[in-house]
Write a protein that binds this ligand. Structure first.
Ligand SMILES: Nc1ncnc2c1ncn2[C@@H]1O[C@H](COP(=O)(O)OP(=O)(O)OP(=O)(O)O)[C@@H](O)[C@H]1O
Ligand SMILES: [Mg+2]
Length: 389
């Protein structure tokens, strides 16, 4: 936790400002440097200490205003950190901040996560910028309140797109585009000067823009990789059931290869259209990896695994390539797993099957006599309830 200020003891300008640590150029500050009790960095200084981050510091009333008072109609979803609301900032709010929709994540003060996850998000996303990482725009730190403000991704999470009952079926080429983007995001983290282990790679943490470009979100559990010749970092086992690598669960030893395993699980979800864990499936199929992995190696049994809705969209060779890749990522031992750089190369070779992707299009014929007017009237009422014009 941060040493020089707490929520009740906010920093005094005169003394602590002088101590603001100026990071060496291009040297990313690690989470431990900031969390160290002897660190001179103060939470109020984060936006300046994280050189070049351009993070904006928002007040709670400002965030209330842009989210319709954290209104029910603005709620996008809720995870372990707390609820996420859609908001809209206009270009008058801050110099240099353009008008745009945003997602505001608020820490649930009664929840299991807290200041550490909030801080990790700022330390990592404030300093790491990549087309496949979600952009952190700013944060709020007032008394006990901890909030994060991100760019808004209109298609929400891959989990919603892939598994929600009434969502559009994702075609094969889109699934492979998402897999490649996510692999590039992870490769960027692993190949950084100071490598980062993401630790919570799963379909709900992959967000999608309107063109299905994907961005990794949620750096609350991310860890700096091993340093000084160490092979791993040892941590409390955290993450999500169904995605965590077996050696990490058994020993708490965390490496970039743990992320590769989790990537294999998501690749399997994309291939099968099935969730990594599902208690409603027959008992031997509840764990997707245990059920599907043995089938991935056998071309004759591969069609038992592949999402039926993809029929006719993928070639045998493409399917086999991706299945073999997932198989390797899901190796029980770390050694046979590929690096994320290798994964990117394989996925690049299966891109570009231009299957037709047409969104379902519903056209309501305007008529004075049918029910459409009633439907539109109901919709208008809902929009009004939610304050959208
Ligand atoms: N930047 C964003 N743009 C659009 N929607 C978002 C954004 N961030 C989060 N969401 C939505 O909010 C939901 C909750 O996200 P959050 O990351 O808090 O929880 P989660 O990933 O579902 O669970 P967990 O806490 O286990 O990671 C997401 O599923 C997504 O639909
Ligand atoms: Mg998440």
């Amino acid at each position: 936790m941060l040493s020089c200020c707490t929520s009740s003891n906010s920093c005094d300008d005169s003394d602590t400002r002088k101590k603001t640590l100026k990071p060496v150029q291009f040297q990313r500050l690690s989470l431990s440097e900031v969390s160290d009790p002897s660190s001179p960095i103060c939470v109020d200084d984060l936006s300046t200490s994280l050189l070049g981050s351009n993070l904006h510091v928002f007040t709670l009333p400002e965030l209330r205003l842009i989210t319709h008072n954290f209104g029910r109609c603005n709620l996008l979803g809720e995870g372990g950190f707390g609820p996420v609301y859609k908001g809209f900032v206009d270009d008058k709010l801050r110099p240099g901040l353009k008008a745009q929709p945003v997602a505001v994540k608020a820490l649930d003060l009664d929840g299991l996560q807290g200041h550490r996850e909030w801080l990790a998000e700022i330390i990592f996303l404030g300093q790491l910028r990549h087309p496949h990482l979600v952009k952190l725009i700013g944060y709020c730190y007032e008394e006990k309140n901890r909030l994060l403000v991100y760019e808004y991704l209109p298609r929400g999470s891959l989990e919603n797109q892939l598994f929600r009952r009434y969502s559009t079926m994702l075609p094969w080429s889109t699934r492979m585009k998402i897999a490649l983007g996510a692999a590039k995001g992870l490769a960027f983290l692993h190949e950084a000067d100071k490598p980062v282990i993401y630790r919570d790679f799963k379909s709900s943490n992959i967000l999608l823009d309107s063109d299905y470009n994907c961005k990794l979100s949620d750096f609350g559990l991310a860890k700096d990789g091993p340093e000084g010749g160490e092979t791993h970092v040892t941590t409390r086992v955290m993450g999500t059931q169904g995605y965590a690598a077996p050696e990490y669960i058994m020993t708490g030893h965390l490496t970039t290869m743990s992320d590769v395993y989790s990537f294999g699980v998501v690749l399997l979800e994309l291939l099968t259209g099935k969730r990594s864990m599902d208690n409603t499936r027959p008992s031997r199929e509840q764990s997707l990896v245990e059920w599907a992995r043995p089938l991935l190696r056998d071309p004759k049994r591969l069609d038992r695994v592949i999402d039926r809705r993809l029929e006719g969209q993928l070639s045998n060779s493409g399917a086999q390539k991706v299945a073999a890749l997932a198989y390797k990522c899901l190796s029980h031992h770390q050694k046979p797993r590929p690096t994320m750089g290798d994964v990117v190369k394989v996925l690049e070779s299966v891109q570009g099957f231009d299957d037709e992707f047409v969104e379902p299009f519903v056209y309501v014929v305007p008529s004075e006599t049918d029910d459409s007017k009633e439907f539109l009237a109901k919709k208008d009422n809902k929009d009004r309830d939610c304050g959208h014009g």
